[in-house]
Unconditional design. Structure first.
Lengths: 385, 433
């Protein structure tokens, strides 16, 4: 059932209040990314208040959290709003909620829940930092470069080999949902974090989104029971496409939140800061920056609206999401950099957290589908009906 | 076997003189561009690169994470001993080769800054800020400053002594204001000098001062008494002067090896012989310094773009996607070409601006700074985008380049202020007529 406008508005107020009450205080810390130690407790609170989704039916966010069950029935609109609100304060926290939510969505879409439902999981799909194109997803055995993560049936179970890279893995993670090739087709496995043969390593020091861990995984002949494989009513390849689509849309929503947060801070600063004899908001040069940022915000909102309300085929929705990420992240990065410029030298310092937004938005632009990957995907499908 | 359309083969069909007109690209691009310079500058460019490769490049990523890993004093002394900190004046006072005076005066500085910042933007700022701090002494044109300060300081630097300079104009309530004429008239400048017997007493604060925390000397601009910025006068402050202390050390997004510190002045007595130039000559001197330094910011931006390009190219050469290297994909080639176009254009602009008999005018300096810094950010962004998820990883170098590049759009006047400065400079004769 779709939320009424009043319900949607109340839901947004709740998300906004959570972001300001529970997330914002972590940034009152001298570290450039705030007190990262607090992220886990913020996520626990997000789960308890229903902001963060979980596949656990008992969890408050099972239905209403970002990418919770309601997203399957009602579409992505309220999830995007939640992510945008969180990212307007801290994109790293939003990335945790986004990653956990998408994993919950995959689990919720399975025909049968696994014996032990992980309360918090992350999807592991990408390898080598590059996305497979649409044709490689539909025909994964012919993918170039080949998909390295493979599962082979053995002794009534599966043995997983290969690896995955740049897996955004929320704090408190219990399992990975690994997409691998089995008999030349996609299969999705629930891999508990403590499974023997699973090696995880931090992907390294990153420019931004540091509140969300990012891992590289290696599967060393990892043995899995048969029931760890999830089955779906749809083809698993279609689920991969849907996962990628929603991942991009969530990123567009987070970039919208970052751009909005940056613009709000810039406007506040411009209304307080004197230069010469007047407030800088009255300087046309500042007006140019703020109005450009504001216009880009509108572009982002339009992209989100169009991509999330599209009623066309799954294929059409997929391409729209790719286009939204390509154009939207560019617009968001431009809006953030224009907002930062309003602060002059102070924007470059850690004090106003504008530099954090700049680092976060530029990281997000390249994450889970760089502009180059997205162009290749869009180009591959241009002309197709 | 080269195809018949390859330039090497095709040129054989031309007569001898025709072959001479067909310019071929031999060797690498860096060396090819070096060969367009006069012999003295070629030699200098190669020396700068060797220094940067040996002493700075290995520290690039480590120092970005932990600036305490950089021995700033040691590096600066070695830099000075090689004669690189004394190139604002020619031999015998400085170390600028005499042929450079003949129309190539600013070129060595631009070449040096590009090479150093191509190795590390932050270390480039740390070393380059010294030139900025020392520039008022030279540009004041004052014989007494020359004999009292310039000659002894240059002699000490050539011996490898640490005499590091910083330049202080920015104040908490007057940042970009003091980089533009109209804004400066209304700026809320708080640093003031009061004339007393034998000197001046200075009170106030300066912020975001590059090398402020490590400099031995600071060229600082202050208003006289209760007058406005038109009374600005330049003073030379020495570290350790009573009442002269360091305030907060800024935490920046990038160029981390370059220090940015607040200077606090509480009843600092500055003797008369520490005044640089006549009273009230500070505003003109400030303009002169900025006209000289903004192409230097262009060179910093240029070096950082080169760093991003080189890191990205290395990635594209060594990363295989499917059955071929990334660099062999047409879309990647177009992106790399776009980056090169911006780097070529920025270098052409920087070299053209500094390659003059007379110092560059304000408009040309600002054009260079704005174009090169915007180009640099665009190149770094493109490099990150090409590298996808690898792009935001610190170990790959390009995210650092983007963080470093972003500052070049802000310091030495934001690019907005510089754009207004271009129009202001051209108003009387070109724009407003």
């Amino acid at each position: 059932m779709q939320l009424t406008p009043e319900e949607f508005s109340a839901f947004r107020d709740m998300a906004r209040s959570f972001a300001r009450r529970s997330v914002a205080p972590m940034l009152d810390h001298e570290s450039p990314d705030g007190d990262l130690e607090r992220t886990r407790s913020i996520l626990d609170e997000a789960m308890a208040t229903g902001v963060m989704a979980s596949a656990d039916p008992e969890s408050p966010g099972h239905e209403t959290g970002a990418w919770g069950r309601q997203a399957i029935e009602n579409g992505p609109r309220s999830s995007l709003m939640l992510l945008s609100e969180l990212a307007s304060v801290c994109a790293g926290v939003a990335m945790n909620v986004h990653a956990a939510g998408l994993a919950a969505l995959v689990l919720n879409m399975a025909d049968k829940a696994p014996a032990r439902v992980p309360a918090r999981a992350a999807v592991a799909l990408f390898e080598g930092g590059y996305l497979p194109g649409p044709s490689a997803i539909v025909n994964p055995s012919g993918a170039a470069p080949p998909i390295a993560a493979r599962a082979r049936g053995e002794k009534g179970g599966y043995v997983l080999s290969g690896g995955k890279d740049y897996v955004f893995a929320p704090f408190g993670l219990e399992a990975f949902l690994v997409f691998a090739l089995e008999a030349d087709d996609w299969a999705c496995f629930v891999v508990p974090r403590e499974a023997p043969g699973l090696e995880e390593a931090d992907s390294g020091i990153r420019m931004g989104l540091r509140a969300c861990p990012c891992l590289n995984l290696k599967f060393k002949d990892l043995v899995l029971p048969a029931e760890s494989r999830l089955s779906f009513s749809t083809k698993t390849a279609h689920l991969v496409l849907e996962y990628m689509r929603l991942n991009w849309l969530g990123m567009v929503a987070m970039s919208h939140g970052m751009a909005r947060g940056a613009l709000e801070r810039a406007r506040e600063y411009a209304e307080e800061r004197y230069q010469g004899c007047c407030l800088i908001i009255n300087h046309p040069a500042m007006g140019m920056l703020l109005s450009d940022a504001s216009s880009r915000l509108l572009v982002l909102e339009s992209l989100m609206e169009k991509a999330s309300l599209e009623e066309g085929t799954a294929w059409r929705k997929f391409i729209l999401a790719a286009e939204a990420k390509l154009a939207g992240l560019r617009a968001a990065a431009d809006a953030v950099t224009d907002s930062l410029q309003v602060f002059g030298g102070y924007g470059y310092m850690e004090d106003y957290r504008m530099e954090k937004r700049y680092r976060d938005v530029n990281s997000l632009k390249c994450a889970g589908g760089s502009p180059r990957d997205l162009r290749a995907i869009i180009a591959e499908t241009i002309g197709e009906k | 076997m080269k195809p018949p359309t390859h330039p090497d083969e095709a040129k054989k069909n031309l007569p001898l003189f025709g072959r001479l007109f067909l310019r071929e690209h031999k060797g690498d691009l860096w060396e090819d561009e070096t060969m367009t310079l006069p012999w003295t500058l070629r030699r200098m460019r190669r020396k700068y690169k060797a220094f940067a490769d040996e002493r700075i490049r290995p520290l690039e990523l480590e120092v970005d994470l932990d600036v305490s890993k950089l021995d700033k004093d040691g590096l600066f002394k070695d830099y000075a001993k090689l004669g690189y900190a004394t190139e604002l004046l020619p031999w015998p006072i400085g170390t600028l080769p005499l042929p450079c005076v003949l129309g190539w005066y600013g070129v060595p500085l631009a070449l040096k800054i590009e090479e150093i910042t191509a190795a590390c933007g932050g270390i480039g700022l740390m070393l380059g800020a010294h030139e900025l701090g020392f520039a008022p002494l030279v540009l004041s044109g004052s014989p007494s400053v020359l004999t009292k300060w310039v000659i002894p300081t240059y002699a000490a630097l050539k011996r490898g002594e640490k005499k590091l300079f910083a330049f202080a104009i920015t104040e908490p309530g007057a940042g970009s204001d003091v980089e533009e004429t109209e804004g400066a008239m209304k700026a809320k400048v708080v640093t003031r000098a009061k004339k007393v017997s034998g000197g001046y007493v200075i009170n106030g604060r300066k912020v975001f001062i590059s090398d402020g925390g490590i400099a031995d000397y600071v060229t600082l601009f202050a208003c006289l008494g209760n007058e406005g910025v038109e009374s600005w006068t330049c003073f030379l402050l020495e570290r350790g002067m009573k009442g002269f202390t360091l305030g907060r050390k800024e935490k920046k997004m990038g160029q981390k090896a370059g220090d940015a510190t607040e200077l606090v002045l509480e009843d600092v007595f500055v003797p008369d012989d520490h005044r640089i130039g006549p009273e009230k000559s500070g505003w003109a001197l400030n303009r002169s310094v900025l006209n000289t330094s903004r192409p230097g910011v262009g060179a910093i931006a240029l070096g950082i773009s080169r760093s991003a390009f080189e890191h990205c190219l290395d990635f594209c050469r060594t990363t295989r996607l499917g059955n071929k290297r990334l660099v062999e994909y047409q879309d990647i080639q177009i992106e790399l070409a776009d980056m090169l176009i911006k780097i070529f254009a920025a270098r052409a602009l920087v070299w053209s601006t500094v390659k003059r008999f007379i110092p560059p005018m304000a408009a040309a300096s600002a054009v260079t700074k704005v174009f090169a810094s915007d180009a640099s950010v665009a190149v770094c962004e493109k490099a990150m985008e090409i590298m996808g998820d690898h792009g935001y990883m610190h170990g790959r170098g390009v995210e650092k380049a983007l963080r470093d590049a972003r500052l070049t759009q802000i310091y030495e006047g934001t690019n907005q202020i510089n754009r207004l400065g271009i129009i202001e400079d051209l108003w009387d004769n070109d724009i407003g007529v």
